[in-house]
Unconditional design. Structure first.
Lengths: 351, 351
């Protein structure tokens, strides 16, 4: 077994998987799934910065350096990376199979110093700095010629795959363009070839003309429940202007995005009582500036249903709440999420 | 809102979703996900046959009719169907979006009368009758010209999406060919065009020449951990002979399949301590007999990891146990699963 992860390709569908050969989890180690928790010291809380070596980004409102203790946002390497950045991308065959050595990157964006402050409770100014950290890290990794794609995603709550409670987002840079991204790119390109218009721009146009599924609107962005929502309360945020890449976002736009993101997450929080959720930032691959057919967006999916045999076997999803109904509930909910009280001690436990 | 489910198409990727408009679940109804359980009378236990009206199939070793109480296997309509069989398939547009009314079928195959007897604990003769029920129902639905695909799948354990504890499999017939099936068909067809060989036959050949990932072998079948396993301990069972459709299975082959299926499920059961799992029977769409490029198979996926933002956003899966290691553990495990003791009262609770 090699030291780094292997990317292996399914010879039937062309889907790639990451085989984390260095972890090599034994059967008994999977029992953590059955409700056991891992208490301990939170490595993302202030004072424990030395537990996360190799800080690659920091925002402090005072403009302080790496020793300043008033940081709002930090970015550090993931301690258990799915992919590592050392080495060259090597491709080879194993008989009929295809293999790539798992070069890439895996980082954690710590959204706030406050262990108890969920993303939706951050101030607009603070949320903007979280988004700016996303933008900066995407920009940085996009310069690496070995990188095929940069994915930003967030897991909130154990049921949505979060292994630490402290609010954080993750970044994974992969040496190839992932299959779901290729599917979106291909579909959007086909539509553009046929219509000479962006499919996402057309969706926004139709939703705004007859707003059955629009949750929030601002000068630059719209939040909506997509017509073919896979999951109940699935919500997308899209720029109303056409843009394929996130790293061209202007400072004024990030202000507006910060506002609509916290309002949207706040409505989901209140309508569903702090549900576990994932969000993913879908962008075009690097080094393809200004694609006419692709439109970046954020997909938020609360974890309310269980993905089971039917979904795995078919790719069909069964959604028991029509998006029009989800939209009604979200619009009726408050968007304000209470901040933790000042002086309230942060729990120092992993989840 | 209409009475039947709607199939809606995502305009970007072409992926279809089933919007269960008649259920229309409100936010509070999703709280069952957070560990609440629903006790009650098991509708699948003997004596409660009247709770499942409209039985469409039954196997009794005595050959008894619908009143015989010695049944081994029954097939009944799902009480909360994702798709219903009445009506015509109607297709229409909603602006730029595409919609099909959700005609199809949703059935439950009750695998045994014994509430406490997991599939892996059934005798070979009993397991064969479960497989024969799959075959018969696929054959039956394949005759319906409105049916585009018939998927057989099983959810075992609440974490894998089972809402009832009594051992059962499900069947969903859909009016279109699901996207994951189309991807497999397309990939397998491309490979066949290029090589003039079936990709599945080639995989079996490579695995048998160098058996690093072969869990079980019988005269007609092989069970193996695929090279690019998405999930830890993912295991496939394939016929060693080429066949695209399950409903051409001969009686002697079903005997052999029954044996390898219970041995494989038994090894998974013992190696992982009765894990939650899904399995899916992948077959070619009906009315395409004898496809040279497609090869039916069963995919078994234990639910050991949480699918989260990275997987949803990329379609990449991170598998922390290499299939070669999974295979070692499965081969070292016993395949025997104890039968519940005779006379032990069945718990009559849903999970």
């Amino acid at each position: 077994m090699s030291e780094v992860s292997e990317l292996r390709k399914d010879p039937i569908t062309g889907r790639w998987v990451i085989i984390a050969t260095e972890r090599n989890k034994r059967p008994k180690e999977y029992s953590t799934l059955r409700g056991e928790s891992r208490p301990g010291i939170c490595p993302f809380c202030p004072g424990n910065e030395s537990m996360t070596p190799g800080e690659v980004y920091r925002f402090s409102p005072s403009g302080g350096g790496p020793l300043a203790e008033d940081w709002w946002v930090r970015v550090v390497p993931n301690k258990y990376p799915a992919l590592v950045s050392e080495g060259e991308v090597t491709r080879r065959a194993e008989g009929m199979y295809d293999l790539i050595h798992g070069v890439g990157a895996h980082e954690v964006i710590i959204e706030t110093a406050e262990h108890q402050a969920p993303l939706a409770s951050l101030t607009k100014a603070h949320m903007r700095e979280v988004l700016w950290a996303y933008r900066s890290r995407i920009e940085e990794h996009s310069r690496d010629p070995r990188v095929g794609y940069v994915l930003i995603f967030k897991n909130h709550g154990p049921a949505a795959g979060a292994s630490l409670e402290h609010p954080h987002t993750q970044l994974i840079a992969t040496p190839i363009i992932p299959i779901r991204v290729r599917e979106e790119l291909r579909g959007a390109e086909n539509y553009h070839e046929y219509k000479d218009r962006c499919v996402f721009c057309d969706m926004i146009g139709q939703e705004e003309r007859k707003p059955l599924r629009v949750v929030e609107e601002s000068s630059h962005f719209v939040a909506m429940n997509p017509y073919a929502s896979r999951f109940p309360f699935e919500t997308w945020i899209l720029p109303r202007f056409h843009a394929s890449h996130f790293d061209t976002l202007a400072r004024s736009e990030s202000d507006d995005l910060a506002d609509i993101l916290r309002r949207t997450l706040g409505r989901i929080w209140n309508a569903l009582d702090d549900p576990p959720f994932n969000f993913m930032l879908h962008v075009a691959p690097p080094r393809n500036p200004g694609l006419a057919y692709y439109h970046w967006h954020i997909e938020i999916i609360p974890t309310l249903t269980t993905v089971a045999g039917f979904e795995w076997g078919s790719g069909f999803f069964i959604n028991p709440t029509p998006p029009e109904e989800a939209c009604r509930y979200l619009r009726a909910a408050s968007w304000e999420v209470p901040r933790p009280r000042a002086g309230e001690p942060a729990r120092v436990a992993g989840a």
